[in-house]
Every structure is written in structure tokens, then in C-alpha cells.
Design a protein around this ligand. Sequence first.
Ligand code: NAP
Length: 310
Amino acid sequence: MAEISSETRFLHAIEMGLGAWQWGDRIVWQYGHDYSDKEVQQAFLAALSEGIRFIDTAEIYGNGRSERLLGQFLKEIEQPVLIATKFLPFPWRFGKNAFPRALKGSLGRLGVESVDLYQIHWPTPLMSIDTMMDGLAECIRSGMTRTVGVSNFGQTKMLAAYSGLARHSIPLASNQVHFSLLNRRVEKNGTLARCKELGIRLIAYSPIEMGLLSGKYSVSSPPPGSRARSYAGMLPRLGPLLKLMTEIGQDHGGKSNTQVALNWVICKGALPIPGAKNAAQAQENAGGLGWRLTDDEVANLDQASEAMTG
Ligand SMILES: NC(=O)c1ccc[n+]([C@@H]2O[C@H](COP(=O)([O-])OP(=O)(O)OC[C@H]3O[C@@H](n4cnc5c(N)ncnc54)[C@H](OP(=O)(O)O)[C@@H]3O)[C@@H](O)[C@H]2O)c1
């Protein structure tokens, strides 16, 4: 295990964050239909009052609305909050200078002078990894971000990013990837282990599999919008895993399936950032903290997830 650099140590101390894709997104999340600004502000405040201090947003979420809402909410609170946002590699963005320019736009919407983590949302074939890392290095040098990370980078690209930043003596702080009981690709292909080895924090997105692991959706009651189609094949097979999660939750004083799903991610050594549309969801999600599954329970959950995902 590599020594974690002093700049990125704070990320390793965070056990759970709050995802803000939901804030303003109408394409996947029905923003403005079953929830709106008021509810997401309440989600933010509920998360804060439960001790969650790390918020993950992106310039593309709600076309900037997520960052703007977070900026508004920040003005109304006293507590310090750690902010992570993301650069979208639009095809018309070329060269390293695109990064500080885009980050400046994010800072304007957020109403802050710097963020704690600036991530590349996903890799692009239109720029070399070294150019992208030169761009991130510029963002650090300009003082607009404390640390930098990547997202949706496979192991080879992640290692290239790590080396690209090392040329600037900058540590790669994180790789934000899909990781849940229903998607264990990064665990199986060695990315999670590699992150631990190199002191890179693996940030787990969709840790409750976009609501599926809460157990509230079924074949007869599918999730709304595009999720219905993308999860149509998975819903009929979820039963045994959900049943085991419920039994394990009961053995821990009545933890919900969602809380078991989040605790499992934490036990694997990753940082979950569940998204929440309202205060009740944010509060329940924070209950994934403060207790721990046993090693046997993790192994049993692994087995049940393996049986359904293969
Ligand atoms: N880097 C990337 O490419 C990338 C990709 C995806 C996500 N992310 C980040 O990761 C965050 C989390 O991922 P995600 O939003 O895709 O999935 P998620 O956290 O697994 O699921 C969030 C959704 O689950 C439902 N939910 C949340 N808490 C619940 C609870 N306690 N009980 C029941 N249902 C609950 C809500 O939707 P319903 O109520 O509608 O079911 C909520 O919108 C995002 O907000 C974003 O910041 C990043």
C-alpha cells in the first residue's frame, strides 16, 4: 500500500458523501416532477445534520443547475462543506487550458473560490491522458482546486493518469466509478485493489444501484423513466439478494436494505456517494454509517450478488 499523500488524506477520512446528480436533472431523475429545489435543499440540510460533509456534483448535472443550487445552499449555512465537481470533455474542448477555463465556470456557479476535488467526468479519445493531466495540474497551480481525480477511468487509463500527474508531482486523488452489490466490475477487474495500493480513493457512484437496492422496485412496480428499461432484466432476479439484505439488516437492529447496501461498499474500502431527492432519503442513507457488517455477512452478500450478477 502506497503512503497516502498529505494533500489527498482528507478524502480517505470521508466515509460517505452525497451525490447531487439529482439536483436539476430531468432526463433520468424526474426533477421538477416528483421533487424540486425545496426538497433537494432539505436533502442537503438533512445530510449535513447527519454529519455528511462531502458533496459530489458536476457541471453537466441539470446543465449547471446542480452546481448553482449547491452554491445557493452554501450561502445559507455556516458549516464548511467539501465540494467535488467534474469537467466534461465536450468534443470542442481542446488542450490543457480548457480545464482551468471550465473550472472557473464551475466556481462561478458554485459561488466559491476553489473546490476540494476536480474530476474528469470520463475519458475522451480526443485528448491524450498527459494533456488531460497537464490541464488538471494547471487547475491545482491556479489554486482553484485542492486535489484532482478522474472518473470512469479503467485501470490502464487510471495508471496513465497517475503517471501523468506524477510528472507534476501531483497525486491522483480519486477514481469515481460505478460500484455496488449489483455492479462489482471494479472489484473483479482489480481496479479497487490497485486504488488501495496506490493511495487513490475509489469513489463509488450508484452505490444503491439507482434505488434498486432499497427494495422498493419490483417487476410489478418498476422505477420510473429510463431506469425501467435499463433494469428490466435485473428486477426479476433481485429477490434472494434483497431477502438476505433484509435479514442481515434485522440482525443489526433493523437497518434498511439501503443502509446494508451502503455499508457493504464501505466495508469494501470505497467511498459511497448516494444521491438523494429529499430529506428522508438523505437521512436514511446516512444510517449506512456508524456500524459495520461482519466479514461473514460481507462474504454472504458477495455470494448472493454473485449468484445474480454472475
Ligand atoms: N461519475 C459518473 O459518471 C457518475 C455516474 C452516476 C452517478 N454519479 C454520482 O453518484 C451519485 C450517486 O449515484 P446515483 O444517483 O446514480 O445512484 P444511487 O445513489 O445508487 O441512487 C440514487 C437514487 O436512489 C433513490 N434513493 C436514494 N436514497 C434512497 C433511500 N434511502 N430509499 C429509497 N430510495 C432511495 C432515489 O431515486 P428514486 O427515489 O427515484 O428511486 C435516488 O435518486 C450521483 O448523484 C452523482 O453525484 C456519478
